[in-house]
Design a protein around this ligand. Structure first.
Ligand code: NAP
Length: 264
């Protein structure tokens, strides 16, 4: 698979360049980043010159490298337009960028299917986070009172995190299937926002502080007991095995897939 990395000079993009370059089954063909066009990939991964270039626009990168798959870690503001550009040219897309709505994902699914281009949108590429979500959904029928605290670095653009929203969705689905609901919340906020944000029946609280990478607690309240699942991504390396696996498997999963768990 020939892999192009969009957002290549970003915090995630640099790790993806390195992970793809180091994988024997994948071929890194280039990167795209608006302010670094013309530079060699080696400047971003600390290696000897590789003669693999960064391009300043997505279309320029596609035309020059003819990728089979593009990995995108850019920004929520541009991901939808970029994904349409990539899929409409028949290129598979692995998306880590957060911010795509359910309606936008549905539109990308049909654009991709028309061009036999597959798409994975994964709010979290770490194996531990995927297991946290799966376990949370399994526990939800037994502990319907549940809240999520997600903690990220203070340069994250969006809140709540895509992982927290997907966790809440999986919990809500499991509760609906089991026909259980949380207890009535009788608290009245004296400061707006004190009780966090709701995704259906699940409350999410977002913490943004320097020092954090990506962390989440799912707290279940029971009869005189609590149960907490906690996941910590200690560095961005934790996402790389999932990204590499997605590049290798994407050709076998038609349409748009939401969540890495479907590839495992
Ligand atoms: P970042 O360091 O800000 O990197 C984003 C990069 O995208 C920057 O280098 C930026 O360039 C570049 N960019 C901006 N506009 C672009 C365009 N039109 N075309 C190509 N590149 C463009 O952010 P990050 O921490 O790497 O995170 C990126 C995204 O991934 C965020 O949405 C974040 O929430 C998400 N994320 C997902 C996961 C997951 O597992 N799914 C994990 C971590 C992060 P400039 O700086 O020059 O503008």
């Amino acid at each position: 698979m020939r892999v192009l990395v969009n957002g290549a000079a970003g915090k995630m993009g640099r790790e993806v360049l390195k992970a793809v370059h180091n994988d024997v089954e994948l071929t890194l063909v280039g990167g795209v980043d608006p302010t670094h066009g013309g530079k060699d990939v080696s400047e971003f991964i600390g290696s000897q010159p590789l003669h693999i270039k960064l391009y300043s626009s997505l279309q320029e990168g596609i035309d020059a490298t003819k990728p089979d798959v593009i990995v995108d870690f850019t920004t929520p503001a541009i991901i939808f337009e970029n994904a349409k550009t990539m899929l409409s040219q028949g290129i598979h897309v692995v998306i880590g960028t957060t911010g795509l709505s359910a309606e936008q994902r549905a539109e990308l699914d049909s654009i991709g299917r028309a061009k036999s281009a597959n798409c994975l949108v994964a709010p979290n590429f770490s194996l531990g986070a995927v297991m946290m979500m799966k376990t949370a959904a399994e526990l939800a029928p037994y502990f319907p009172d549940v809240e999520i605290i997600e903690l990220h670095h203070n340069h994250k653009y969006d809140a709540p995190s895509g992982t927290a929203v997907l966790t809440a969705k999986l919990i809500n689905d499991a509760k609906t299937k089991a026909n259980v609901k949380s207890s009535e919340d009788l608290t009245r906020e004296s400061l707006p926002g004190a009780r966090g944000a709701k995704v259906d029946d699940v409350t999410i609280h977002s913490v943004r502080l320097p020092g954090y990478v990506a962390h989440q607690e799912v707290i279940f309240g029971g009869y005189d007991e609590t149960l907490i699942i906690r996941h910590d991504s200690l560095s961005r390396l934790s996402f790389m095995p999932g990204v590499v696996l997605a590049c290798k498997k994407i050709k076998s999963y038609p349409g748009l897939t939401y969540g890495l768990e479907h590839y495992l």
